[in-house]
Structures are given as structure tokens and as C-alpha cells.
Design a binder for this molecule. Sequence first.
Ligand SMILES: CC(C)(COP(=O)(O)OP(=O)(O)OC[C@H]1O[C@@H](n2cnc3c(N)ncnc32)[C@H](O)[C@@H]1OP(=O)(O)O)[C@@H](O)C(=O)NCCC(=O)NCCS
Length: 188
Amino acid sequence: MSGQPVTLRGPRVVLRPWRLPEDLDPLFAINGDPAAMRFFPNVHDRAESDDWGRRIAADCASRSYGFWALELPGEGLVGAVGIKPAPFEADFTPCTEIGWRIATRFQRRGLAEEGARLALAHGFGPAGLDRIVAWTPPVNEPSWRLMEKLGMRRERVFDHPSLPEGHPLRAHLLYAIGRAEWIAQRLG
Ligand SMILES: CC(C)(COP(=O)(O)OP(=O)(O)OC[C@H]1O[C@@H](n2cnc3c(N)ncnc32)[C@H](O)[C@@H]1OP(=O)(O)O)[C@@H](O)C(=O)NCCC(=O)NCCS
């Protein structure tokens, strides 16, 4: 099912489609922040951040899910969280990934977890997905710990195809969760 863009609401966060161009400023506050981007190959300059924002906004508008803008009412846009098709080819693609970025000063408040649970419920519910994966370099402990907190299983290590041989972030952990596991965890 592809469907229309949707907005998901949790107790604190709202996952909504992007509003351009106004969302590009708060997005750059995240993508241009060396602390938020410390486990990425590079901190974005303004052009890279805008380009990424326009791509995820267009992708999010194309079906019922994507990387949504994560809004904290009263604070505005403080992150990007969601599910979307993997953007590269590997032996485990095509597949749907879950991902997250939260502004540094809003981290450790449970916002990524709340957004991720909304995204997984939408993916395994209305969107009808069977399996959702995630990846991150081992050094990004906040990210893989979040994957584990969500009940995702560590499957293996793979070389990220977008990074050259020898790059310090090339080895990535692959995590996954299937619809039956997700449902079982919610019932258990
Ligand atoms: C990863 C990230 C999205 C987590 O966002 P967050 O809103 O701070 O996470 P939450 O507060 O919802 O935390 C949920 C769980 O994630 C894990 N976690 C989050 N931050 C952590 C940290 N600094 N160290 C260890 N575990 C952490 C914990 O298991 C936590 O549960 P707990 O609080 O009960 O211990 C955030 O650190 C971030 O935006 N990082 C920069 C962008 C990034 O690296 N994205 C991932 C690319 S693969």
C-alpha cells in the first residue's frame, strides 16, 4: 500500500510531512551541528542539509510514510524520524529502514523512542510492511541501543556501500525486526 502522506501523534511528539522552505532552517540546526552529526562521515553545510531535507520531504510526500519531521509542540521541529526505502543497494536490499536524528539539546528525553514506536506501528500496521531494518556504525552506541530498546535484533556486520574501503565508519551493524516479532512484543 502506498497511500497518502499522514501525520502521527504520540503523547509528546508529532511526526508530520515536511513544510518547505520553513523546515529547512531548523533542519540545518541539526545537520550543521557537529555534536548531532558526530557519527556521520561529515557535518552538512547548508546546501547539503537543504538537499537532504528536500529529498526526504519529497519521499515523505510520495506515500503514507517516510522520514517525517518530528515536532515537539511549543518547540517546533526538533528532529527527523521515520521509515523509508533503503537508499543504496546491498545483499539485504530492497528493504525499509528506520532512522532518526534529534537536535542535541532535545536528546535523552525519549523523543526518538516515541517517534520510532509511532513509525514502527504505522509500518507494521496501515503500511503493511513485513520487516524493518536499521544500520549504524558500532561507535554510534546511542543509535544501536535505541534499536535494541525497540526490540530490533542485531543480525550482522556489513560494509556500507556508500563509504570507501578503509573509511573508519564503513563497517556497520545491521538490525532488523519483523512484523510478527513486533506484534508479539506488544502483546507480551
Ligand atoms: C540516536 C538518537 C536519535 C537518540 O535520540 P534520543 O531522543 O536521545 O533517544 P531517546 O531519549 O528516545 O532514548 C531511547 C533509548 O536510546 C538509547 N540511547 C539514547 N541515547 C543514548 C546515549 N547517549 N547513550 C546510550 N544509549 C542511548 C537508550 O537505550 C535509550 O533508552 P534509555 O533512556 O531508557 O536508556 C540521538 O542520539 C541522535 O539524534 N543522534 C545523532 C544522529 C544519529 O546519530 N542518528 C543515527 C544515525 S544511524
